[in-house]
Design a protein around this ligand. Structure first.
Ligand SMILES: Cc1cc2nc3c(=O)[nH]c(=O)nc-3n(C[C@H](O)[C@H](O)[C@H](O)COP(=O)(O)OP(=O)(O)OC[C@H]3O[C@@H](n4cnc5c(N)ncnc54)[C@H](O)[C@@H]3O)c2cc1C
Length: 429
């Protein structure tokens, strides 16, 4: 009864735009809305930069160097442009940006429902209801850590953690650890947990191999200079597949030119194929390890060749071309691991992330639960999304990638408000 009364007396606000989420994407949207004098509010369920505060492990450093950390009108101004921010530094950076952009953020305000109401939206939160002509979804791409169905077959007594649960090796029971997934997250976990003295096995499916430095420069320097990060989603053949690709094997450190499966093997990590199933307490791995590693080696070599080619036409001060040792794979990699009778005490699912749209009560999701949009213009008048992988460009989900996307989409939104016209699916310039 009390809840019903609370519902009835919730305050109601009216604004032009509700932005959901105060990560860097929501704040960048706010920056461009303010520049166009568009009335808006940013609703955030936690504190500013909530994901970086609550969903990352302790040792994580950005994979992108400091010189690349920039947001609209704002950039890294410290003394270590080639370094990598720790989590407290990222939080501080985004907090400072919120102040700089004077973003109208309402923290501890969880959006529980967004409904289409006449020609506008009704946004219900735990702290009131807003009516808005437009909604910007900037609630993040990584709200839920994926746990594949096979995780349901983990034998009792073995801890099963996601990438959101893992903070550091101290929280793990003594004993072996199986890490499922060998992208940036899985690789970093394997390295850290092995160094803490655990026996580690890493199950490896399709992955993207990248060196940290190439020809004496950070790989991000080349990705940026060659224009690869700027590539538009419209130029990519299979954008749906590209949007689902795993993150490259990188770590925010210049300790070694490359952190890869070879380096993990050298440190005693056991590399096996993709986890296919768990049957009667025994984990079964695919025999395709050699193939997936060969494919990752091939793609990395092609990228390095493309960089070499670019350098030929755009002379840059750098070292000579180099090639990295192919991934070493055992002649007979293990296909089985008896979880019940071996020393494995923990399984960590480093199997990617996905957004949470459980609060979105408008029919804009496809059958896989992905939001239907054209370069961020959602399939619903006046609704926009920001911060998803390859939303408009390869760089879209990165901090430095938000500026171009947010500028273009907020310009589209301004047109929408001005015309009052319905522009569903129309492309932002
Ligand atoms: C492990 C990891 C490492 C990464 N490393 C890098 C890197 O090195 N460099 C880089 O540029 N990018 C990196 N990224 C990618 C990217 O920068 C982050 O995913 C970033 O957090 C995305 O910013 P965002 O603003 O889109 O989303 P988020 O930062 O996730 O912000 C979304 C906000 O929305 C809020 N929210 C969600 N639902 C609701 C709701 N219903 N109501 C109210 N508020 C809500 C959340 O609390 C959150 O604060 C990394 C991502 C991950 C997961």
């Amino acid at each position: 009864m009390i809840n019903v009364i609370r519902q009835l007396i919730r305050p109601v606000g009216t604004t032009d735009v509700v932005v959901v989420g105060a990560g860097h994407a929501g704040l960048a949207a706010s920056y461009f809305l303010s520049r166009q004098s568009i009335d808006h509010v940013v609703l955030e369920r936690g504190e500013i930069a909530n994901s970086w505060r609550t969903e990352r492990w302790d040792s994580l450093k950005l994979l992108t160097p400091n010189w690349q950390s920039r947001l609209p009108g704002f950039e890294y101004a410290g003394e270590d442009p080639d370094g990598f921010m720790s989590m407290p530094e990222v939080i501080q950076f985004i907090e400072e940006y919120a102040k700089y952009a004077a973003a109208p953020v309402k923290t501890h305000t969880t959006v529980q429902s967004v409904q289409r109401h006449l020609d506008a939206y009704r946004v219900v939160s735990n702290r009131g209801v807003w009516h808005a002509k437009a909604v910007v979804i900037a609630s993040g791409a990584c709200n839920i850590a994926n746990k594949p169905r096979v995780s349901e077959a983990v034998p009792e007594g073995i801890a099963s953690l996601t990438a959101h649960d893992f903070r550091n090796a101290d929280q793990l029971e003594r004993g072996g650890v199986l890490i499922v997934g060998a992208s940036a997250t899985g690789l970093q976990f394997a390295d850290e947990i092995r160094k803490a003295g655990h026996e580690v096995t890493i199950a490896t499916g399709e992955h993207v191999r990248l060196p940290r430095t190439y020809r004496g420069r950070d790989i991000q320097f080349w990705m940026h200079s060659t224009g690869l990060l700027n590539q538009s989603y419209e130029e990519i053949d299979d954008v749906s597949r590209a949007r689902g690709l795993p993150s490259p094997q990188l770590v925010g450190s210049h300790d070694a030119p490359i952190l890869d499966l070879n380096r993990l093997s050298d440190n005693g990590v056991k590399v096996v194929g993709r986890l296919m199933g768990i049957n009667n307490g025994t984990a079964q791995f695919s025999g395709s390890l050699r193939n997936v590693c060969a494919l990752a080696d091939l793609k990395m070599r092609r990228l390095l060749e493309a960089i070499d080619d670019w350098i030929e036409h755009n002379p840059v001060l750098c070292d000579a071309p180099e090639r990295f040792e192919p991934t070493r794979v055992d002649d007979n990699p293990s296909l089985l691991l008896d979880l019940q009778n071996s020393n494995v005490r923990t399984i960590i699912w480093a199997t990617g992330f996905r957004p949470d749209y459980s609060w979105l009560d408008v029919p804009v999701l496809d059958r896989k639960g992905r939001i239907r949009h054209e370069g961020g213009v959602v399939d619903m008048p006046g609704m926009y999304v920001l911060g998803l992988p390859m939303l408009r460009r390869r760089k879209s989900s990165f901090i430095h990638g938000i500026e171009d996307d947010a500028r273009e989409l907020m310009a589209h939104l301004a047109d929408y408000l001005q015309c009052g016209a319905e522009l569903p699916g129309s492309r932002a310039a």
